[in-house]
Design a protein around this ligand. Sequence first.
Ligand SMILES: Nc1nc2c(ncn2[C@@H]2O[C@H](COP(=O)(O)OP(=O)(O)O)[C@@H](O)[C@H]2O)c(=O)[nH]1
Ligand SMILES: [Mg+2]
Length: 301
Amino acid sequence: MEDVGDIKVIGCKRDDCPISSGGVCIQDFEHAEDCDQAITQTSKAIKPKEEFRRVSPGTGLSLENLATMLLDRDIPTAAVIGAGASGKTTFLAMLFHRFLRHSDGFSGYRFMDSQSFLALNEKLHYADMRSRSTSVQMPRTSLEEEPVFHFKTKDKSDQSYECLWIDIPGEAMKQGLSKVTSAWHDYRGLARSTHVMLFLDLEIVADRSKRGPHVEQAIDTLVNSIQTNTWNGKNLLVVFSKSDAFAKKISNEIESIKSRFLTRLGDDFKAIEFCELHSLGAEKNAEKSIAQVWQWLHAAN
Ligand SMILES: Nc1nc2c(ncn2[C@@H]2O[C@H](COP(=O)(O)OP(=O)(O)O)[C@@H](O)[C@H]2O)c(=O)[nH]1
Ligand SMILES: [Mg+2]
């Protein structure tokens, strides 16, 4: 159906009708444009522009903000999941920081804009402090908040890419072990996500006694999410996090975890990719993994 735009009453054919001077229709039509005496003007339909539904920058976007943004356009939306302290929030803060600091580009992309600048800046502050000391921790991502972060970047040929990130609290992994569908529905952001980025903590993977249960728990969570239709058919990126400190000695273990994922989940997800990354430590090895994450997120699906 064609959008005809707004019909506005600008006067009345009857001289005694007060509508022209801001009064009500003399024939008592609630909608004066329905009166056959009304003189109307049709304004041109306004097509919502990008600015039209812009949400204002501030702290992390709410899920309502997210819903608003998605009304206008499809934006790839990545749910970041993983056990508590696996490095999810630090990753988001450092990702933002790297783009911001390298204004001429980082891993082939330039930072353009964010509508959740302040929240990431605040997280970054903790991440920065943490990288210099061992006593400061990132503020815990609480169960109540499921903050969404917005990024806009451009590549060398000026093509722009928008994306959204949902920082899912670590508790979701524990609750995800439950096969109760309603437990999943508490995480509303998951239902809106197009991509799932699972963090596997290499600090734990490096520990022989913890490795097996950690990986199995993550796989079980994903299996349950598929059975409850939470993430079915989505693109999965398995991230081995904190690779600055823990990756080198355990490359064989990482390979066997990859096969385990493909065997258990290969048929259930549209695609599974793997990536090693670190948010703290030297930056020079980070570019390749960020480029991979960006390509994974922005590939045509
Ligand atoms: N060595 C190292 N430590 C990290 C890295 N990313 C996060 N951490 C640390 O891991 C802890 C948990 O990080 P956080 O981002 O809060 O985890 P979340 O619970 O998954 O959001 C913090 O003490 C971080 O400083 C990393 O890339 N390398
Ligand atoms: Mg967190």
